[in-house]
Design a protein around this ligand. Structure first.
Ligand code: SGN
Ligand code: CA
Length: 537
């Protein structure tokens, strides 16, 4: 009897030990799963990252990600506007499938997002910064997000414990919140997925005080197409309302004081004053630098013509836009340093991207929305030690649609069948032979709306781009991306391109079929605008 009891106790012990070992082993494996830090800025043009182009600004910290990892030179978005881009990233589905077609309607939270899946798979998840969804994110153990667009100075945050307003500069604060989470609440037993999302450099471009002088003292090179006249494309490019001369606000964007505008008798955009949130101390530091700019403008304005005013506005735009990026770069450096110091860098994938590209004076524009190069293309830099060969450049066509499946694959989770992207892991591993995408798809919807960019969809191959503008127009454009990188010549009617055109049209049909987009879906989304009264019949 005794022997039997003893052996049962022994067996029990072994089984307990086995279970403990198994659960420790599981924890070890969980811990070894790569961590993910997804860094995204808002409206950060690749032209303003020195790893891509160093004529405007040096961004040594962001560049570090490419130096230690991979720089994607042909990454694009599927719909060049904020909240839709974020919805595509979280769901791995095009806008016409996830339903978030524009910034105006709230995100449908019945969509399954990759953070929800990762959280279930044992990842600790956190989000800090700008989401812009109109509702809170699902699948996060912790979030502190800006309401809507958020503010540069003394921003309010939505948290799980209620709203809070924090004194200071938004880019620094989002980083402080992130580092505070790392230091005080990161579960060292679990892998993590962190979304660290900057508001900068979104309009209306308020830099941090420490960057005022440096940037307002600089003069930036003028893009070749700043004075484009949109000839032959009057009803598409020419009808958009994002021209620096005509549509950029003197007060709102270039920071001319309301009293100066009044004194000069200028009719300006009727926007609120973005420096209004500053406290007296912040305002005093601002005035020290921006009052002399105003004095100078007051003196020069009477002699200005359209062309000198355009140049003045362009320089003011660049000074403030790039000034906000200096703080993003410094703060990215703080996070990268923390990872290095804590020995976390080794097992962490770091991604830097933007929710879309942006025009920095090309075509005379600011803003985005079009499928044309500067707003279609987005920066993408990824480091993943021991997997990516440092300093690699990748020219394959990848999209924000691909992130969800990439993260799921590196976490060892099978992606839902209905996600529409491709995992980037083969490219990250240098296994190019496993990548066979030859075209990407794009669809923009937010019209009629601010900036008046018409609804359009299109495909891009490495060589060509075919775009169809619809709803209140029916216009097709074809661009030769290699011969005409600035996209000034629409060759749709050029007989030399007849063969290319028919090939691209066939491809467009196939791609639309593959991603399940159709005219009937587009009409459904137009009807939605009619129902909401945003389109008058
Ligand atoms: C705001 C801006 C627009 C910008 C949209 C979308 N105007 O409406 O210039 O296109 O955001 O930007 S502002 O007067 O509010 O600054 S997005 O990045 O959120 O999509
Ligand atoms: Ca944006």
């Amino acid at each position: 009897m005794k022997i039997v009891r003893n052996s049962m106790v022994l067996l029990g012990c072994i089984s307990l030990l086995f279970t403990a070992c198994k659960s420790n082993l599981k924890k070890e494996i969980e811990k070894k799963k790569p961590n993910i830090i997804f860094i995204m800025s808002d409206d950060h043009a690749y032209q303003a990252i020195s790893a891509y182009d160093d004529k405007l600004i040096q961004t040594p910290n962001i560049d570090r990600i490419a130096k230690e990892g991979m720089l994607f030179t042909n990454a694009s978005v599927t719909n060049s506007i904020c909240a839709p881009s974020r919805a595509v990233i979280l769901t791995g589905k095009h806008s016409h499938i996830n339903g978030k077609i524009d910034n105006l309607s709230p995100f449908d939270t019945t969509n399954i997002t990759f953070p929800q899946i990762l959280q279930k798979a044992g990842y600790q998840t956190a989000m800090f910064g700008k989401l812009h969804f109109g509702n809170n994110p699902k699948g996060f153990d912790e979030f502190k997000i800006l309401p809507g667009q958020g503010d540069y100075y003394n921003p309010k945050f939505i948290t799980q414990k209620g709203d809070t307003t924090i004194t200071g500069y938004v880019t620094d604060i989002i980083t402080d919140l992130t580092l505070d989470w790392f230091k005080n609440r990161r579960d060292t037993e679990k892998p993590f997925m962190l979304m660290y999302l900057h508001k900068a450099p979104h309009r209306s471009w308020l830099p941090a005080e420490r960057h005022y002088t440096e940037f307002t003292n600089k003069t930036f090179p003028v893009p070749a197409t700043l004075f484009e006249d949109y000839k032959g494309r009057e009803d598409i490019a020419g009808s958009a309302e994002m021209n620096i001369l005509k549509h950029m606000g003197l007060q709102y964007d270039t920071k001319v004081y309301p009293e100066v505008i009044e004194e000069l008798g200028i009719k300006d955009l009727n926007y609120y004053n973005p420096i209004g949130r500053m406290n007296p101390e912040q305002r005093a530091s601002w005035d020290k630098v921006y009052q002399p700019i105003n004095d100078d403008f007051k003196q020069r304005y009477p002699q200005m013509n359209d062309s000198t005013l355009m140049l003045w506005k362009y320089q003011r735009y660049m000074q403030d836009y790039l000034g906000t990026i200096a703080a993003v770069d410094e703060n990215v450096g703080r996070v990268l340093d923390y990872l290095d110091e804590e020995g976390l860098a080794e097992n962490t994938m770091v991604i830097y991207t933007s929710d879309q590209g942006f025009y920095l004076g090309e075509h005379g524009w600011f803003d985005k929305r079009f499928m044309y190069e500067e707003s279609f293309k987005t920066p993408l830099l990824i480091k993943w030690p021991n997997v990516i060969t440092p300093g690699t450049t990748e020219e394959e066509m990848v999209q924000n649609l691909d992130f969800a499946q990439t993260f799921l694959e590196i976490a060892g989770v099978t992606a839902p069948e209905d996600m529409q992207g491709e995992s980037l892991v083969p490219l990250l591993k240098g296994e190019k032979e496993k990548w066979d995408r030859d075209a990407v798809y794009y669809h923009y919807y937010e019209y009629p709306a601010e900036h008046a960019v018409k609804r359009h969809y299109g495909i891009a191959t490495k060589e060509y781009k075919l775009i169809h503008f619809y709803y209140d127009v029916d216009k097709w454009e074809l661009y030769d991306r290699l011969k005409d990188p600035q996209e000034l010549n629409n060759v749709i009617d050029d007989p030399k391109y007849a063969g290319v055109l028919s090939e691209m049209q066939e491809k467009m049909k196939a791609v639309r079929l593959k991603y399940k987009d159709s005219d009937s879906l587009s009409n459904g989304y137009i009807n939605l605008y009619k129902e909401k009264g945003w389109i008058k019949e």
